[in-house]
Write a protein that binds this ligand. Structure first.
Ligand SMILES: [Zn+2]
Length: 89
C-alpha cells in the first residue's frame, strides 16, 4: 500500500515536470507547425526537433517520436504539452 502511494506521487511529479518543461519549450518559441502531405497537423518541437503529430484535434490526441513518449506507454511527453500550450489548451 505504501509503495503504491509513493509511486503515485512520483508519477504526479513526473507529469508536473513534463508540463513545466513543455511550457519552457513553448515560451522559447520552439514549437513550429510544419507542412506534411498527411491530413493531421504536425509540429517540430524543442531543441532536438521532435515531431509531434495531431492524431485527433477534437479529442486532443497527439503522437510524438521521442523515446519518452513510447517508453511511457504513450503518456503525453513534454513535447506534446508544448504543442498544447501553443494551441491554447
Ligand atoms: Zn516527445
Amino acid at each position: 500500500m505504501n509503495t503504491l502511494v509513493i509511486n503515485q506521487n512520483q508519477n504526479v511529479e513526473q507529469i508536473n515536470n513534463r508540463i513545466v518543461k513543455g511550457y519552457e519549450i513553448y515560451k522559447s518559441g520552439l514549437v513550429n507547425e510544419v507542412l506534411t502531405d498527411r491530413l493531421e497537423k504536425a509540429y517540430v518541437v524543442g531543441l532536438n526537433k521532435r515531431i509531434v503529430s495531431e492524431i485527433d484535434s477534437v479529442n486532443g490526441i497527439y503522437h510524438c517520436d521521442c523515446p519518452d513518449f513510447e517508453f511511457r506507454d504513450f503518456e503525453a511527453c513534454k513535447h506534446i504539452f508544448a504543442v498544447q500550450f501553443k494551441n491554447g489548451a
